[in-house]
Design a protein around this ligand. Sequence first.
Ligand SMILES: Nc1nc2c(ncn2[C@@H]2O[C@H](COP(=O)(O)OP(=O)(O)OP(=O)(O)O)[C@@H](O)[C@H]2O)c(=O)[nH]1
Ligand SMILES: [Mg+2]
Length: 336
Amino acid sequence: MADVPTNAVPTGELDGIERTLNLSAAPEADLTYGIPVAPPGFKSGFVGLIGRPNVGKSTLLNALVGQKIAITSPVAQTTRNRLQGILSLPEAQIIWVDTPGIHKPHHRLGEILVHNAQMAIAAVDGILFVVDGSAPAGRGDAFIAERIPAHSPCIIVCNKSDLAPADAQTRQAHLESYQALRPAAPVIWVSALDPGSLDPLLKATIELLPGGPYYYPPDLVTDQPERFIMGELIREQVLLHTREEVPHSVAVNIDQVEETPNLTRILATLSVERDSQKGILIGRRGEMLKQIGQAARLQIQKLILGRVYLELFVKVRPHWRRSERTLGDLGYRAET
Ligand SMILES: Nc1nc2c(ncn2[C@@H]2O[C@H](COP(=O)(O)OP(=O)(O)OP(=O)(O)O)[C@@H](O)[C@H]2O)c(=O)[nH]1
Ligand SMILES: [Mg+2]
């Protein structure tokens, strides 16, 4: 079984750059510096986005923060790490905690993701129980509802209102099927694709928060370092370009980031489980990897606001999703 990085793909020249993310106050910086004293009546806290895979939690996180910090895709189980998005307003600071979708795991990676999502439920001040309002509640939603402690402040967020049936009676039936899972929780319709629909949710979230301090400098939008987001932007392109089991079999590691005045040079390795997946990822004459690399490079350029040279390698790590040690090497660990 090959275990050697191969097929470097340089991804060419700079296209248009557009600002999407302000990471100017880097998480590595001293977080005590730049944190203002909260005025009287200020509210703050950690709010978990919890729900089944693919209901739109990460899309909602991006919309609530107003910038793309989490990757999203039509492929279920996109999110693998807990990620915080910070929204600082004059009257409140909300730290949204995106989590992996809770599902029935089939390997150790899945177990870790679900475990970490469930740990997040216990560690937050409030919960947005995100559901897909375009369909009625299912067993997966009921499973999650049972795991939200009775005392946790919770809002049911009926996402994908744009896809919900137009007829009012069916919409109401969907809403009631979710309401039944947690009768005391408010239910709010939103479309994460329409930021204009989010004001009632934002208002309700601030209401459930306790009084508290600023936890982060107001200009910080995420707790994650740039390097992590670079890896995620590459993984997002893998999710968008490949199918079936391949998207789930890929992990990304940023091996090197070298900054020069005019160019940031990034080397990254994509780990897959089998030679066949490696073949698919590379594609005929390297075409697939080239496309992934080019698309990821454009995304990373938006992130860092500068020119990027990206080289991708593909490496086979047999059964990495089942091996505790390899999972740890790739940054996936069960939180305690
Ligand atoms: N039409 C529509 N699509 C949405 C909406 N919100 C999210 N989506 C789409 O739903 C898909 C899944 O979105 P994600 O944000 O990745 O879902 P997630 O809940 O984070 O998924 P996991 O990370 O796998 O748990 C993507 O294709 C989104 O574009 C919405 O309000 N309306
Ligand atoms: Mg997600």
